[in-house]
Ligand binder design. Structure first.
Ligand code: FE
Length: 254
């Protein structure tokens, strides 16, 4: 049984990776919690299967503090399916791309909490967590059309959502970048949109001081050097529409 991992803990600011509560067919997903002072932000809280345990763990870690924000990097079910439960049981405000605000209620959003689902403008924004600024960075088409990441300047952690995701290995920190490629290459080539978009993202994040890149699935890139290896890899990756040579063909009838 995994336990909560502390990624950063200084001056009343904590970055925590919750235990892995997923199982079965459901894709493995990481739930991260940022606490500053007496307020917290949960990132990509997940679906119904993990909801009870993620909520319980979060409440315990907040130690009487308040869950201030639910950050939703995009609209996929592994991120958003349990949003109604979170809004009904906490006072948090949820933030998702303004593109998805009208779609999320199809997961079942109670009228009482609808006004606490907020749209993030395309250019991103800054959210204040008890006075600590968190940067909500645009990362559209990586992979969703309305897609955001979070950079925390205090811990220097970039929460990269599906970018950097890996599946199928048994470690949670990347030990060897080249050996790790087999677990993330296929996913990135199929889910990420194009090298033009990746380069736009690379140009933005090269301006950040990064100690950890923490994706929503799989292992983290720890340390400035390992984080740079990942960013460099993104800069030259062909993916999505870059690989669509030959276009689509009709399926064959048997
Ligand atoms: Fe996704």
């Amino acid at each position: 049984m995994s336990t909560t991992q502390t990624l950063f803990d200084q001056a009343g600011h904590k970055n925590l990776l919750l235990p892995d509560f997923g199982h079965g067919l459901a894709v493995q997903a990481n739930q991260h919690l940022i606490i500053h002072g007496n307020e917290g932000m949960i990132l990509d809280p997940g679906g119904h299967k993990v909801y009870n345990r993620v909520l319980g763990e979060t409440t315990g870690l907040l130690k009487g503090g308040k869950l201030r924000y639910l950050f939703l990097s995009h609209q996929d079910p592994d991120i958003i399916a349990a949003v109604n439960g979170w809004l009904m049981t906490t006072d948090a405000d949820a933030y998702v791309s303004s593109l998805w605000v009208r779609f999320v209620p199809h997961f079942g959003l109670d009228r009482l909490v609808e006004h606490r689902l907020h749209g993030i403008p395309d250019e991103g924004m800054v959210l204040s967590l008890a006075g600590a600024d968190l940067l909500i960075l645009p990362a559209h088409f990586l992979h969703s059309a309305g897609n955001f990441q979070v950079y925390d300047p205090m811990s220097k952690i970039l929460y990269s959502g599906d970018l950097g995701a890996s599946l199928g290995m048994d470690y949670d920190v990347v030990p060897d970048f080249d050996a790790h490629l087999q677990y993330m290459e296929g996913f990135h080539k199929r889910y990420m949109t194009s090298k033009i978009v990746l380069r736009a993202w690379v140009n933005m994040v090269r301006n950040l001081d990064i100690e950890i890149i923490a994706p929503q699935h799989g292992a983290m890139f720890k340390g400035a050097d390992m984080s740079k290896r990942f960013i460099d890899w993104c800069e030259s990756l062909e993916c999505g529409v870059d690989l669509l040579e030959g276009g689509f063909k009709l399926p064959r009838r048997t």
